[in-house]
Design a binder for this molecule. Sequence first.
Ligand code: 13P
Length: 253
Amino acid sequence: MSARVVIAGNWKMNMTPSQARQFISELTPMVAGKDKCDIVLCVPYVDIPAAVEAAKGTNIRIGAENVHFEDKGAFTGEVSCAMLKEVGAEYVIIGHSERRQYFGETDETVNLRTKAALAAGFKVLLCLGEVKEQRLAGITDEVVSMQTKLDLAGISAEEMKNVIITYEPVWAIGTGLTATPEQADETCGVIRATVASLYGEEVAEALTIQYGGSMNDKNAAELLAKANVNGGLIGGASLIPEKFTAIVDAANA
Ligand code: 13P
């Protein structure tokens, strides 16, 4: 079974609920019927109800940008799986490098969040990737392989059906620097081989592995042409309907 292509936006801390509604009403006719990929928008928590409402009956699915692993309790500022379920989110990003860099997330918390989200029935976009110093030191393969193993610890082959791994080289995020298609393909290939070593070839082949990091309307086609790149997680370009649509188009070519 070959992997389903998933084009997802990560809005980060952008857009209010009314802007989300407006964006989705503009995007809907532009991506209608483009069904060779799944289309997902991961949006700020407070935007989710408006986004779900606006996307009802369309081919756009809505996700969150994080979720906590505990059911409830004294975790000020966090949001639970049950809360996200009730407002209609279907996907959740976990382990984004900005969470790891600025909010102290570790492979251990990423693993806990991933397990909780899968148990609650979400599709998880699990993000990992090396920082610049690691790439320059020639240890990218070791880093992504280790992250893959730590972040997936205790997750079953059955649960892997709801996991998407997003390879995001940290040096390429928001910098305008993109991994070359060859670099993206190679490192996504290392991640796939690691998954094969954990779960076998069948699970590895069916796994969607996205690339993220300055993916845009100009470079999407050549990145998506690579065998190990099954989609993208898009930051800046996901805030502009025309650019996001061009990436969806590249996945539908
Ligand atoms: P940019 O596309 O803005 O580089 O962001 C990538 C990213 O972090 C997506 O999660």
